[in-house]
Design a protein around this ligand. Structure first.
Ligand code: PMT
Length: 412
C-alpha cells in the first residue's frame, strides 16, 4: 500500500459494494461520506444488486453506478482503468468473505476486483459476514494477508446478525465507517521528520510452561495510534505485546512477550525519539520464579510470589534527554483523580485516561472515550468514538504540543 498523501482537491472515494445484507446500509454510508466532503462514486458486484438497487446508490451519490466489466457504454465513459486511476482512496463496504478471498489472490473476475488490482490507491475494507464465516481460519488468514499488505480493516462489529446468529461479523455502522475513513483521509503530515515510539497490547508474564499472567488488551488502541502517527508523517516504532493484529504498513513493529522484554526494547528504541506513547497494558507484577516444568496441583491452596515490574513510562520520563511523554491510565473509578496523580507522579506531558468500567469501551473493544490531561493543567474530553478517530485526535494534540514545545523539550 502506498503512503497516504492526498491532493488538495475534494478527495475522490470509490465505494465498492459487495453482496451481503449490510449492502442495504450503503445508501446511508454514501450520504455520510458526501457530508464529510468526499466525492463518491460507486462500484457494485452483481451480488450486491440483490440487496440494494443501483438506482438508489446512483440517486444518493449523484453519479452513474458502475457494475459491468464489459459494459461498452460505461467503458467508453469511465472504464475500469480510469476508475482505478480516478480514486484517491477505495473503500469496500460491505467486504464479503468471498470478495476478501478474491482480493488476497489478486483475482480480476469482476469490475471491482479488476479495479482493485489496477489501482494503487489506499484500500480500506469494512468486512461483513456471518460470525462462523468470520471465525473460519481461511477468513482469518485472508484478513491477515490483507493487513500485511497494508490495507486498513475497519471492524467488524459484534452483535446480532441478520441470520439470527450472535457474534463478530456485522458491518460497522455507516456513520462509524465514514468517521474512520475521514480520520484516515484527512490526516495532516504534522509529525513529518519526528520519531514516535509506541507501546501497545498486553504483556504476558510466564508462571510455568503453560500458565501466565496477562490482561485483556487487544492492542487496537495502540495500533490505531501507530497508524495515525505514520499517516502524520512520523517514523513509527511500535513495541507490541502479543496481539492478533497485523503489522501496520510503514511502521517498524517489534513483537515482545513480557514486561521485561518490552522495557529492554523501549530502552533500545527511545534514545532518538521525539515522542513516546505508552499505550500498552504492561503487567505491574511478574512471578519471582518461572517454573521450568508445569506446576502440579498437589495442595488445596498455593501462593505465587510476584515482583514489581519496572514502570516503562516512568523510566522514559526520567531520562535526561526525554522525548514528549504520553501515558495512558486505565481506571475503573475516580478517573480524573487517579489520572492526575499518574500524570504528576510519572512526570508525563500528557495522559489519556480511559474509564474501563464499561464493557464496550477501553479494553478489547472497537470504541473508547478519553479524558486527556496535560502538564500545563489544561484538559480535553474526547467523547465515545472509534479508536481510529480517537487516535487521530491524540496525534493532533501531540503534534500541536511537540510543535509548540519543541524548544522546551530538552534535546541535544
Ligand atoms: O489494547 P486495547 O484493547 O485497544 O485497549 C486499550 C487500553 C485500555 C489497554 C489502553 O487504552 C490503555 O488504557 N492502556 C494503558 C493500560 C494500563 O496499563 O494502564 P495503567 O493505568 O495500569 O498504567 C498507566 C501507564 O503506565 C500506561 O501508559 C502504561 O502503559 C504504563 N505502564 C504501566 C506499568 C508498567 N510497568 N509500565 C508502564 O509503562
Amino acid at each position: 500500500m502506498p503512503d497516504i498523501t492526498f491532493p488538495s482537491h475534494k478527495i475522490k472515494l470509490l465505494l465498492g459494494v459487495c453482496g451481503g445484507i449490510a449492502a442495504y446500509k450503503c445508501a446511508d454510508l454514501v450520504r455520510r461520506l458526501i457530508e464529510r466532503d468526499f466525492d463518491v462514486r460507486v462500484v457494485m458486484t452483481a451480488a450486491a444488486t440483490e440487496f440494494i438497487t443501483p438506482m438508489t446508490l446512483q440517486a444518493v451519490s449523484g453519479h452513474p453506478v458502475h457494475m459491468d466489466q464489459f459494459d461498452a457504454e460505461m467503458e467508453a465513459g469511465m472504464g475500469h482503468i480510469e476508475l482505478a486511476r480516478w480514486a484517491d482512496i477505495i473503500l469496500v463496504a460491505p467486504a464479503t468473505a468471498n470478495s476478501l478471498a478474491k482480493f488476497v489472490h489478486g483475482e480480476a473476475d469482476n469490475l471491482l476486483t479488476t479495479i482493485l488490482l489496477a489501482s494503487n490507491a489506499p484500500l480500506i475494507l469494512a468486512p461483513a459476514m456471518n460470525q462462523q464465516m468470520w471465525k473460519n481460519p481461511t477468513t482469518e488468514q485472508n484478513l491477515a494477508s490483507l493487513a500485511k499488505l497494508g490495507h486498513t480493516i475497519l471492524g467488524p462489529g459484534v452483535g446480532e446478525q441478520a441470520c439470527g446468529d450472535v457474534g463478530a461479523g456485522r458491518m460497522l455502522e455507516p456513520l462509524d465507517i465514514a468517521q474512520r475513513v475521514q480520520a484516515i483521509a484527512f490526516a495532516k503530515q504534522s509529525l513529518a521528520g519526528k520519531t514516535v515510539v509506541i507501546t501497545a497490547g498486553p504483556t504476558v508474564e510466564a508462571i510455568d510452561p503453560v500458565r501466565y499472567i496477562s490482561n485483556h488488551s487487544s492492542g487496537k488502541m495502540g495500533y490505531a495510534i501507530a497508524k495515525a502517527a505514520q499517516r502524520a508523517g512520523a517514523h513509527v516504532e511500535l513495541v507490541s505485546g502479543p496481539v492478533h493484529l497485523g503489522d501496520p504498513s510503514n511502521v517498524v513493529v517489534t513483537r515482545v512477550t513480557s514486561a521485561a522484554e518490552m522495557l529492554q526494547t523501549v530502552k533500545d528504541k527511545v534514545a532518538n525519539a521525539d515522542v513516546f506513547i505508552g499505550c500498552a497494558a504492561v503487567a505491574d507484577y511478574s512471578p519471582v520464579e518461572v517454573f521450568c516444568h508445569k506446576i502440579k496441583k498437589n495442595d488445596e491452596q498455593m501462593s505465587l510470589k510476584l515482583q514489581r515490574n519496572t514502570d516503562i513510562l516512568a523510566w522514559v520520563a526520567a531520562q535526561p534527554n526525554r522525548p514528549y511523554v504520553v501515558g495512558f491510565a486505565a481506571e475503573s473509578q475516580n478517573l480524573r483523580e487517579f489520572a492526575t496523580k499518574k500524570l504528576h507522579k510519572k512526570k508525563l506531558n500528557m495522559i489519556c485516561a480511559n474509564d474501563i468500567s464499561s464493557d464496550c469501551l477501553g479494553f478489547n473493544s472497537e470504541n473508547n472515550a478519553l479524558l486527556v490531561l496535560f502538564d500545563d493543567g489544561s484538559e480535553k474530553i474526547l467523547n465515545v468514538a472509534a479508536k481510529e478517530v480517537l487516535a487521530q485526535n491524540i496525534i493532533d494534540e501531540i503534534a500541536l504540543a511537540v510543535g509548540e514545545n519543541d524548544s522546551s523539550i530538552n534535546r541535544e
